[in-house]
Design a protein around this ligand. Structure first.
Ligand SMILES: O=C(O)C[C@@H](Cc1ccccc1)[C@H](O)SCc1ccccc1
Ligand SMILES: [Zn+2]
Length: 166
């Protein structure tokens, strides 16, 4: 299992670099990310969250936890101006949930775990989750979409928890 960085850790603000080579070493990272995500548990995880600054995302939205999806060097294009709200959480901001509005339908182009290019259209939870994960690769967190006041309160509460953990 890999350790998940927690807000306000400045390493979460790193902009991830594109993957050069989809090789066995990268596939080992991907497998470790899936193990970490399923254990958390979560439905998505970006490499940034485990302090690896490469453009790699893993996701599994299925109830049975048997539909793993990998997005390497993802590119996203909104397909509508319509925004859809969702009560988002984040494994890097444990215990906090805030309403975030994001484009309701997006096109995603990425490489899969074998390095093959693919393109999918996403809506609903898939659209929300992939946009949340791509934000991580840009060093952005869902708390960046709430007021400074709310964000500072969340920061103070988590800093206290981290102090108590020693
Ligand atoms: O990136 C993460 O931290 C994992 C996120 C992914 C996510 C955030 C917001 C909306 C959808 C997905 C979550 O912590 S995974 C936990 C979860 C499970 C079901 C629905 C929403 C979030
Ligand atoms: Zn997150």
């Amino acid at each position: 299992k890999l350790e998940i960085l927690e807000f306000p850790d400045p390493r979460l603000r790193t902009v991830a670099k594109p993957v050069e080579k989809v090789d066995d070493e990268l596939r080992k990272l991907i497998d470790d990310m899936f193990e970490t995500m399923y254990d958390a548990p979560g439905i998505g995880l970006a490499a940034t969250q485990v302090d690896v600054h490469k453009r790699v995302i893993v996701m599994d939205l299925s109830d049975e936890k048997n539909e793993p999806q990998v997005f390497i060097n993802p590119e996203i294009t909104p397909l509508t101006e319509e925004l859809a709200p969702y009560e988002e959480g984040c494994l890097s901001v444990p215990g906090f949930y805030e309403k975030v509005k994001r484009p309701a339908r997006v096109m995603i182009k990425a490489l899969d775990r074998d390095g093959n290019a693919f393109e999918i259209e996403a809506d609903e939870l898939l659209a929300t989750c992939i946009q949340h994960e791509i934000d991580h690769l840009e060093g952005k967190l869902f708390v960046d979409y709430v007021s400074r006041l709310k964000r500072d309160r969340i920061k103070k509460k988590l800093e206290k928890v981290h102090r108590l953990q020693g």
